[in-house]
Design a protein around this ligand. Structure first.
Ligand code: DAK
Length: 258
């Protein structure tokens, strides 16, 4: 697939997808959204973990492209929000774990993109914020919902209503970032985590993601029922037989994802 605003590199079973508009701090314009949709439509075969990051040292993604928003009607804005939400839902529910490697500004739609990933690893120079209210907007790609679920409603209201930009350390203290590393180590750290994940059972990873994600918003009784069903599903997989056999035979498992 030809991509101008994204670059993709596959190292074995790990993929690195970069938003590649460094001159605009990797802002999400219509073309980036289209290419991201195309990427997930034709998701590379054999991938077991995906890292999403931004090109350059300055930005992960500095938000939706402000210059494209100027002429939107309310109707178009509604459709645009639904489109971005659908795309970020696809990232959140991707069967393969997705790591956000935040290497600089993650603002507005950029923070929302990172929040749709399974977890966020940040470089020390990363900056997070939802500055939409400074532009007379509110977050439209899931930020009003995912941030509260990640760090609690009070802190999410603080971040959203101040519209300020916060450091990686602050984001770590709030619990929305799992690890902060020096900029030069960000990719290698994410690759190490990705390799660990890629060695696990792809079938179990996908079921674990569903149990966490689909169960999160339901009541606990319903969520536990779902967990039990998905737990049972692991017993329908070859990965489960292989994992147990490998343990008994004292060897590393050879998971296929079946
Ligand atoms: N969009 C377009 N261009 C951007 C951009 C953005 N979000 N962020 C930066 N750029 C461009 C700058 O315009 C500049 O371009 P040139 O002037 O060189 O052509 C270039 O990137 C470098 O940026 P700066 O010169 O500003 O760099 P600084 O280091 O001085 O400042 C900064 C870095 C990140 C603090 C600053 O660039 C900045 O404040 N950027 C905007 C951050 C922001 O407010 N982002 C948008 C958040 S709101 C919607 C759905 C979703 C959304 C909205 C609507 N619909 C349903 C319609 C979501 C909205 C958001 O994401």
């Amino acid at each position: 697939m030809d991509m101008e605003t994204l670059s993709f590199e596959q190292q074995g079973t790990i993929g690195i997808l970069k938003v590649n508009r460094p001159k605009a701090l990797n802002a999400l314009n219509a073309q980036v959204l289209t290419e991201l949709e195309g990427f997930f439509d034709a998701f590379p075969k054999g991938l077991r973990c995906l890292i999403i990051t931004g090109e350059g040292e300055k930005a992960f993604v500095a938000g939706a492209d402000i210059k494209e928003m100027e002429s939107s009607t309310p109707d178009q804005a509604h459709k645009q929000a639904q489109r971005g939400q659908a795309l970020f839902d696809r990232i959140e529910t991707c069967r393969v774990p997705v790591i956000a490697a935040v290497n600089g500004f993650a603002l507005g739609g950029g923070f929302e993109l990172a929040l749709a990933c399974d977890f966020i690893v940040a470089s020390q120079n990363a900056k997070f914020g939802l500055p939409e209210v400074s532009l007379g907007l509110i977050p439209g790609y899931g930020g009003t919902q995912r941030l509260g679920r990640a760090i609690g409603k009070g802190k999410a209201r603080f971040v959203t209503l101040t519209g300020d930009i916060y450091s990686a350390e602050q984001a770590y203290a709030w619990g929305v970032v799992v690890k902060v590393v020096p900029p030069a180590q960000l990719l290698s750290e994410c690759l190490q985590i990705a390799e660990k994940i890629a060695a696990r059972s792809p079938a179990a990873l996908s079921l674990a993601k569903r149990a966490i994600h689909e169960g999160f918003d339901g009541n606990q009784w319903e969520a536990l029922k779902l967990e039990a069903e998905l737990f049972a599903d692991t017993f329908r997989t070859k990965d489960h037989s292989e994992g147990i056999k490998a343990f008994i035979e004292k060897r590393a498992p050879r998971f296929t994802g079946e």
